[in-house]
Design a protein around this ligand. Structure first.
Ligand SMILES: O=C(O)C1=C[C@@H](OP(=O)(O)O)[C@@H](O)[C@H](O)C1
Ligand SMILES: C=C(OP(=O)(O)O)C(=O)O
Length: 432
């Protein structure tokens, strides 16, 4: 399959974006481990979060999905049961890594796998601390690659100093810590998204946050909650960039999660000179939320690096698009993590946007964009990566000529109604 985009007029009006992927995964996981019912609204029905639902169902948790309303009948910390079959995490790194933390603490055997992309992604970053806690995990490459078998083990608490700023690593250790007696701690080099610690506290766990260290007390009694999932800022980012670069645009993106550990994209766009305004700021289910108004404006190149990177890691492909339409040079550093996402996102950005005429060069830990070159019509490939597919589509809206994106189906991983929203905004898109 392929889609073709032949530009767009000004993007105007109001849109909403689907629920936050990170929050949706965590609501199902914690709801499963809690006692009583958890009701989730605004759940992301993207394929990744549905992978988490199906794994928890296989572990014996009644989870009902009714559009974006989900009900989880929690089985309690000790209520999961041995799955009859392999747990399939699909394309979702978050499912695989967070679930490993949960499975490490179970008194039964389980096996997990994923699609061809996920089977290449590093799991050693999670299995290493879990093994230090006493988990027995076997798998390819000495337990570093899926498929992985998790044997039953008794966990002890550790204080893990993570070499990477990764919310998936942090969350896996904290979730395993729920099954250990005593206090489990994780320190990371820079602060990654903190949805796990916020939600653990909301479900009744004792959680302490001290700078880049998070501690959780083991064996809590978690209580089911009502969770309102905010719109995903990572999905909103596509339209924030699109409306910044398509002349004449004036768009309101409603109900976006603006947790400070996720708003690096807003800071960088503002640095680039984008016209962004947060309105109607509020807090819902422990997460800051706002509507974001964006108006087209000429952008300037910037430098992106250091501790902001974990706060915008998934937005770097679409920020690269903003940089292509900006005046001057944009340099992205400290982003080697991009190489271990659904695809190598540094290679994908460099090689796929080259087809449209962009000037992007790879570096060891990022890329450099020479902005201001007009992009032209071309055929490019998503490489099966949802964020690359949508970034190509955003570039296409402001390119001169028709851009065809091959294998765009992966947008359903995180943004199932992306095509509908493009159409509602009057973009000329066909083939989906
Ligand atoms: O914890 C999460 O929900 C996520 C953490 C990030 O990954 P890392 O933990 O690998 O940085 C991010 O890229 C991913 O999309 C979602
Ligand atoms: C990297 C991503 O997700 P995950 O790690 O959950 O596959 C993403 O959504 O960009």
């Amino acid at each position: 399959m392929s889609v073709t985009i032949e530009g767009a007029g000004p993007l105007t009006g109001e849109i909403t974006v689907p629920g936050d992927k990170s929050v949706s995964h965590r609501a199902v996981l914690l709801g499963s481990l809690a006692n009583g019912e958890t009701r989730i609204s605004g759940f992301l029905t993207g394929e990744d979060c549905l992978s988490t639902v199906s794994c928890m169902q296989k572990l014996g948790v009644p989870v009902q999905v009714n559009g974006s309303d989900v009900t989880v009948n929690g089985v309690g910390l000790e209520g999961l049961r041995e799955p009859e079959d392999i747990l399939d995490c699909g394309n979702s790194g978050t499912t695989a890594r967070l679930l490993l933390g949960v499975l490490a603490g179970q008194p039964f055997y389980s096996v997990m796998t994923g699609d061809s992309s996920l089977r290449k992604r590093p799991m050693g970053r999670v299995t290493k601390p879990l093994k230090q806690m006493g988990a027995e995990i076997l798998g390819r490459d000495d337990g570093k690659l899926l498929p992985l078998s998790v044997l039953h083990g008794r966990l002890r608490p550790i204080h893990y100093n993570s070499p990477v700023a990764s919310a998936q690593v942090k969350s896996a250790v904290l979730l395993a810590g729920l099954f250990a007696d005593g206090v489990t701690a994780v320190t990371e080099p820079e602060k990654s998204r903190d949805h796990s610690e916020r939600m653990l506290a909301a479900f009744g766990a004792e959680v302490e946050v001290d700078g880049n260290t998070v501690r959780v007390h083991g064996k809590p009694k978690l209580q089911g909650q009502t969770v309102r999932v905010p719109g995903d800022i990572s999905s909103a980012a596509f339209f924030l960039v699109a409306a910044s670069i398509v002349p004449g645009s004036d768009l309101l993106v409603k109900n976006v999660g603006v947790n400070p550990t996720r708003t690096g994209v807003l800071e960088v766009l503002k640095d680039m000179g984008a016209d962004l305004e947060l309105v109607n700021e509020r807090v819902e289910s422990g997460e800051p939320v706002a509507d974001i108004r964006v108006r087209a404006k000429e952008l300037q190149g910037v430098e992106i690096g250091g501790d902001i990177v974990p706060r915008l890691i998934d937005e770097l492909p679409v920020l690269a698009v903003a940089a292509m339409f900006a005046k001057g040079k944009t340099v992205v550093r400290d982003a080697a993590e991009l190489k271990v996402k659904e695809t190598d996102r540094i290679a994908a950005v460099v090689e796929e946007f080259d087809k449209l005429g962009a000037a992007v060069t790879a570096t060891e830990d990022g890329f450099v964009v020479e902005g201001g070159r007009p992009l032209s019509g071309a055929i490019a490939h998503s490489r099966g990566d949802h964020r690359i597919a949508m970034s190509l589509c955003v570039a296409a809206l402001a390119a001169q000529g028709a851009v065809t994106v091959e294998e765009p189906e992966s947008v359903a991983i995180s943004y199932p109604n992306f095509w509908d929203t493009l159409q509602e905004l009057g973009c000329r898109v066909s083939g989906f």
